[in-house]
Write a protein that binds this ligand. Sequence first.
Ligand SMILES: [Zn+2]
Length: 296
Amino acid sequence: MKQWISRLAAVAVLSLGAMTSAQAESPAGMKLYAFTSGSMKLGKGFLQNLAPMEPKIQIPIGFFVIKHPKGNVLFDTGNNDKLITDGTYWGKLASVFEAKMTPEDAIDAQLAKIGLKPDDIKYVVVSHMHLDHGGNVGKFPNSTLIIQDDELTFAMFPDEPFAGGYIPGDAQVLRSPVGTSKPSLMEMVRLEGDYDIFGDGSIVVHRSRGHTKGSQMLVVRLPKTGSTILTGDAAYFRDNVEKNLIPNIVLAYDPAGIVKGYNWIRRMMATENANFFTAHDPDAFKAMKKAPEFYE
Ligand SMILES: [Zn+2]
C-alpha cells in the first residue's frame, strides 16, 4: 500500500513537469560562485520573529553567479554601488543598518574576481527587489532581467507597510527614457511562476511569494555538487527552515507563503538531496566557498 502511495506521488510530481536532479541535463563545466556586497547590522528579531533586537548582529550581503555553457547567470545584485560613496542614497537606512561597503564590494570588482564584466552576464535573476538584492540591476543594461511580474510593479510602488526595503532609484533606472514605447530598454522575462532558464533543468526559477509579493528562489543543479537552492530572503538562516521561524511582519508579506517556501525546500532536500545557500546567515556564509573558489 505504502509503495503504491509513493509511486502515485512520484507520478503526480512528474506530471507537474518537475525535474529532479537525476533528470536534469546539467552540462559539464557548470560552476557556482558566491560573492559579497558588504555587510549590515540589525536586530536578529527582524529575521526571526521574537528573537532579540539587541545587540544587533552583523550579516553579510551575499549574491551568486552561475557559469553555464549557454551563458552566465547572476542571482541578486547586492547593494547599489552608490552606497560606497554616498550613504544618503539609502536615506536613513544606511545609518540604521550600519551598512558597510568598500570599493572592493562594488559589483564590478566582485565579478572581476572570476574575470567577468557586467556585459558578460546573460541573465540577471533577482530573488526580490529589496535594497540589498536589486540594488545594482541598473548596471546590466545589456542583460535580460528575470523577475516575477508582481515584484517588478511592487518595487515601483509598494503597499504600506512594505515600502521601506525598496529604494525608488533602484527600480527607476529600469524605465526607459521619456518618449520610448518599450517600458524598459533592458530585456525582461516577467514571470508569474517558475522558469527553466536554459531548458535543461540545470537552472530553474521557483516562484515563492512570502518574504515579498514576488519573491523567487533559484535551483542550481550542478554536475558534481548536485542540487543547490539559492534562497534569497525566502529563508534567512538555516534554522528558519529547520524550525519554521518566520521573520518580523515588515519582512513577511505573506507569512503562510514563507512556510510554504520552507516546505518546498524540505521537499527538495528529501527528493533530490538538495542543499540550500542563504544570503545573510553569517555562519553559513562563512562556511561557503567564496569566489574565485567555486562549486561544480
Ligand atoms: Zn536581504
